[in-house]
Design a binder for this molecule. Structure first.
Ligand SMILES: NC(=O)c1ccc[n+]([C@@H]2O[C@H](COP(=O)([O-])OP(=O)(O)OC[C@H]3O[C@@H](n4cnc5c(N)ncnc54)[C@H](O)[C@@H]3O)[C@@H](O)[C@H]2O)c1
Length: 321
């Protein structure tokens, strides 16, 4: 009998798939290493949210055949170990790009229109002081540089085009024709840094992208730049970002991801007015959580049916394959 460990809470629509098919599963919400080593030692599959799965834990899972991520990033699992040991890794590629793109638009609009400040002004009885808050702006014809033109980058481009922005894309791994076909302009990274009114980052974190935006880049940016990162903490150097915001070298920033999560309570970014911070929840709308839970469970079922000739009790009713 197959046995699946589910690390972290997922939407019940996903669990219903296992229940319907009679697949054994158990949920874990204690992520201490010794506990995981013991608890996961007999599993055939792991469904993984944000906890860390390192070699020490994985090497004790002698029956493990698949790790299925609830999400698209997989920097919290030792993929080198998985590769070496021919253990499959699945992601929920089609589930969360719309939610993240909408989150970016929300941050962009909020910062551009000073929504938080105006909200406070009205609630504090200062309706008539509206001219004291300074200018706010339109998105129309502004230039956005999207870094990374994968699932989320593309979904964001569509939304920016809806606001009639000029959309520039930096992604050396995507054909120029593909970028043009999507009504965007391909651009070199440094050229993009010079002209952008907005930059939104949609890259994986690795040795090429860590600290991709740091002190030198802040010297190039326009003063009106709004910089958004919903991809992974560490791509923007937080110290350099803090200084740039503090000195008004750029206009504002929005972060959903941090160098360490949660950020330290004395992280100076928490003290600034011109930044919006969200708790790594860009992908966690109800719709997206349902889709991620279903897709992560389907990935396990489909893989085990194909590779292990899994014999399931209600297989005739299973129509996700
Ligand atoms: N905040 C959240 O809740 C949340 C949710 C989903 C995804 N993410 C993160 O968002 C990021 C993007 O996700 P996605 O689904 O669009 O990924 P994706 O794999 O579809 O797209 C990534 C794109 O980046 C490009 N790329 C890779 N390295 C590059 C480099 N050095 N320079 C320029 N381009 C490069 C690739 O060619 C690809 O087109 C990932 O880091 C993911 O972990 C965050």
């Amino acid at each position: 009998m197959m046995n699946i460990g589910i690390m972290g809470k997922i939407h019940s629509d996903g669990l219903d798939i296992f229940k319907k098919l009679g697949i054994n599963f158990f949920e874990i919400d204690n992520f201490e290493k010794m506990f995981l080593i013991d608890k996961l030692k007999h599993v055939d599959g792991i469904l993984l949210r944000t906890a860390k799965l390192d070699e020490e834990i994985l090497s004790n899972c002698k029956n493990l055949k698949i790790v299925s991520r609830h999400g698209v990033g997989y920097d919290n699992v030792d993929s080198v170990y998985l590769n070496k040991n021919k253990i499959a890794l699945a992601i929920t590629g089609t589930s969360n790009s719309i939610s993240v793109a909408e989150h970016v638009m929300t941050m962009i609009l909020n910062l551009t229109k000073n929504i938080n400040k105006y909200d406070r002004l009205v609630k504090n009885g200062n309706f008539k002081k509206k001219y004291e808050l300074g200018d706010f702006y339109e998105l129309y014809k502004k230039k956005i540089l999207i870094m990374g033109f994968g699932r989320i980058g593309k979904a964001l481009a569509k939304r920016c085009l809806g606001f009639e922005m000029d959309v520039y894309v930096f992604d050396p791994y995507i054909e120029i024709e593909e970028i043009k076909k999507n009504n965007c302009f391909p651009i070199d990274k440094n050229e993009g840094f010079k002209i952008a009114d907005y930059i939104s980052i949609h890259l994986p974190i690795n040795s090429d992208t860590k600290n991709l935006i740091s002190t030198n880049q802040f010297k190039i940016f326009k003063n009106n730049l709004i910089l958004i990162n919903t991809s992974r903490g560490g791509i923007i150097n937080e110290r350099a970002l803090y200084l740039a915001l503090k000195q008004n070298d750029i206009y504002g920033a929005g972060l959903d991801v941090f160098e360490s999560e949660p950020p330290d309570k004395d992280n100076p970014l928490l003290t600034l007015e011109n930044i919006i911070l969200t708790p790594h929840n860009a992908a966690l709308t109800l719709e997206s959580r349902k889709r991620m839970a279903i897709e992560a469970c389907e990935n396990i079922v489909n893989f085990l049916i194909k590779t292990e000739k899994l014999n399931l009790k209600n297989i005739v009713n299973y129509n996700y394959i």
